[in-house]
Design a protein around this ligand. Sequence first.
Ligand SMILES: Cc1ncc(COP(=O)(O)O)c(C=O)c1O
Length: 396
Amino acid sequence: MLDTVQPSLAALPPVESDSLLALIALCNADPRPEKIDVGVGVYRDAVGNTPILRSVKKAEKLLWERQRSKGYLGSRGDVRFAQLLRPIVLGRHADDARIDTLQTPGGCGAVRLGLQLIAAANPAARVLIGTPTWPNHPPMAEGCGLEVVRYPFYDADRRVVRFDAMIAALETARPGDVALLHGCCHNPTGADLDPQQWHTVTRIVAERGLFPLIDLAYQGLGRGLDEDAEGARGILDACDEAIIAQSCDKNFGMYRDRVGTLFVKTADRDSTAKAMAHVLQMAREMWSMPPDHGAATVRTVLDDEALAADWRAELATMRERINTVRAEIARADPRLAYIAGQYGMFSMLPLTLEQVRALRDQHAIYMADSGRFNVVGMSDDALPRFIAAVIEAMDG
Ligand SMILES: Cc1ncc(COP(=O)(O)O)c(C=O)c1O
């Protein structure tokens, strides 16, 4: 008999559970009817629902009537869908033949695929990530075998971007290192770069030969579709090579349908074609092809003038609600005034871990331990109670 130990799945180390998933489970188990869940990152309307958009519902009906086959689409996914997104995401760069696109399973799939492509071309690239960031960014980079370099992005005491620290990190990076940038509506802080800061970052990225990877998961939920994409478009103005990872999951409210796209730009069409061949091979290895329904629905919306106009109106309604709630929270206390100057669904409250826990125990208000909360996580009815409880916690 061999005396070696047979490798076994039982030898796997335990995985630290995702604290946000644990929070959701805790909240679900809480029997108090007045509970408020501002932990999970989905849009909720004035009555606390995460609605299916009108335009999406109509498009799904049309799709059901019109779709004649569920045959395979291929690794590129829905080509027309990706084409229709070009003007929305790329704006003045929509006709640039050096930029190619494919459909991915959500923004997450796009970020992962983009990092994987960079790792294939330059395994020595390091990924510069400002912290705090979306918790999935570092493991996705490391999962591609890339080293992560963290720099402080946000000053939690002064509630502003630590722009000097960001610039220092970019200025000391090596050519080919990846600048992973939030396109808009920074998750978790809500603190976006202003146009002047984007200009400076873009100049440094271009001058130092860094590789820009822009994560554009919340386009249209901050200032507007064009305004929210301007940082990414400025990067495309200045850089020969860039990647944009885009998601329709938030701005079409299609979270579970996993709708995203990857945009790859290189210096010339031949290099783009070569990069895309790699991307398609990688997609084939990971998920073979993306799910159809969400992208086909978005395509149906964007291909129909009336539905597309309705979607823009619905997106504006979501954006206005986010900004109205922000203003209301900001007005309630000078210590919360900064929230009105931030964008997107998230901000961080100036609370200690004990205060976050007290909100949970005493008021059934559930938010991440970091104090990150979903600005539109509660109904209009619950908002005054939320604000009062947060002020009480800050005072205590
Ligand atoms: C910053 C950021 N990037 C990407 C994603 C991924 O989005 P999706 O649900 O489309 O995969 C998220 C989702 O929460 C996010 O917050």
